[in-house]
Design a protein around this ligand. Structure first.
Ligand code: A2P
Length: 336
């Protein structure tokens, strides 16, 4: 019997991509139901040539639902996922609410599919920056044993949802028109600017939550409690694909051709590394793509032990960073 599927937060930036991913991938389902807040009830969204009507989310929404894909923020997940679990629905959660909870698997299908158990009722989708880094890092780690990663992110507006994307557009228009613009989603003016990630900063150690997530989540996904990955997370005025600069240090000397070979066979990775043409991963090319683009592969020549190299990646925050990864988890669930 095919599963019945629901999307919670269907009208959001990720929700719309969840609908598209289910359609494009031909996900086998008996019915799809769309949920959002009361504000969106009655709205129509297309799926497989039909208009589906958005329903207001409520505590009875999960009756008869096999799988719920949640992307409506942490507080909605915390309130409704336990209700869904009681109704027998398996939730795949895009928020950070349950990611670090013991017993909740945190899954990137290319990395740790084995962590998903057949009886899991709550499955967490990792943070977007974490997923985009780990898809290329994992096959390298398996073959070359990474000892340390230093990462700087260049994060798009889409990570802050539809309202974040609208704010980038509106603040840019205002800036070009010479008009004043009061930011509402982000703490700073977004147009023609770069600022430290808008998550809470820990006053003691100075890391923001995004940076802390990259460390904690990587350790959980890799099942490597001592794994070293240190991040600086930054917003750039880009609509929907994140970039990351990764400095990777391995246990042993690195042969860059071997790294290239590993990445060219890695699932979910596409190499874009044209030195002569000075063309490397860019958000305008990563947007709308399933693969993580990887390039700027070069040795760190200042490491006399030849164990360090650089790479630059770009991945669609709304797809592999969110919706696509969640739908791949649902596909994995059906296989199990
Ligand atoms: P709505 O459009 O009705 O506000 P984004 O990540 O782009 O900000 O989208 C958030 C999604 O979560 C939207 O679909 C939004 O619905 C939904 N949402 C927000 N709050 C709630 C809530 N309390 N109950 C149900 N859905 C919610």
């Amino acid at each position: 019997k095919l599963p019945s599927v629901g999307i919670v937060g269907a009208t959001g930036a990720v929700g719309v991509q969840l609908i598209k991913c289910l359609e494009v991938r031909g996900f086998p389902l008996s019915s799809l139901r769309l949920f959002a807040s009361a504000r969106s009830a009655g709205k129509r969204l297309p799926f497989r040539g039909q208009d589906l009507i958005v329903e207001e989310l409520g505590s009875r929404s999960f009756e008869g639902l096999d799988i719920a894909l949640f992307s409506a923020g942490g507080s909605t997940s915390r309130e409704y996922i336990p209700i869904a679990a009681k109704a027998g629905t398996v939730s795949i959660d895009n928020s950070s609410a349950f990611r670090m909870t013991d017993g909740v698997p945190l899954i990137v299908p290319e990395v740790n599919p084995q962590a998903l158990g057949p009886d899991d009722k709550i499955i967490a989708n990792p943070n977007c920056s974490t997923i985009i880094a780990l898809v290329p890092l994992w096959p390298i780690h398996q073959r070359l044993s990474i000892s340390r990663v230093v990462v700087s992110t260049y994060q798009a507006a889409s990570g802050a949802g539809a309202a974040g994307m609208a704010e980038l557009e509106h603040s840019t228009r205002a800036h070009l028109a010479g008009e004043a613009f009061a930011p509402q989603v982000f703490p700073h003016s977004y147009a023609f600017n770069v600022f430290s990630h808008n998550s809470k900063v820990d006053i003691e150690d100075g890391d923001n939550e995004e940076e802390a997530k990259m460390l904690k989540e990587t350790r959980k996904i890799f099942s490597a409690p001592g794994f070293r990955i240190s991040a600086t997370c930054v917003r750039v005025p880009v609509m929907r694909a994140h970039c990351e600069s990764l400095h990777v240090e391995c246990e042993k000397p690195v042969d860059l051709e071997e790294v290239r070979g590993i990445l060219s066979n890695a699932p979910g990775v596409r190499i874009v590394d044209d030195r002569a043409g000075n063309k490397f991963p860019m958000p305008v090319e990563a947007s709308g793509q399933d693969d993580i683009l990887v390039g700027r592969l070069r040795m760190d020549t200042t490491d006399p032990t030849n164990r360090s190299f650089w790479m630059f990646v770009s991945g669609d925050q709304l797809l592999k960073g969110a919706a696509l990864n969640a739908v791949q988890i649902a596909e994995l669930l059906l296989q199990k």
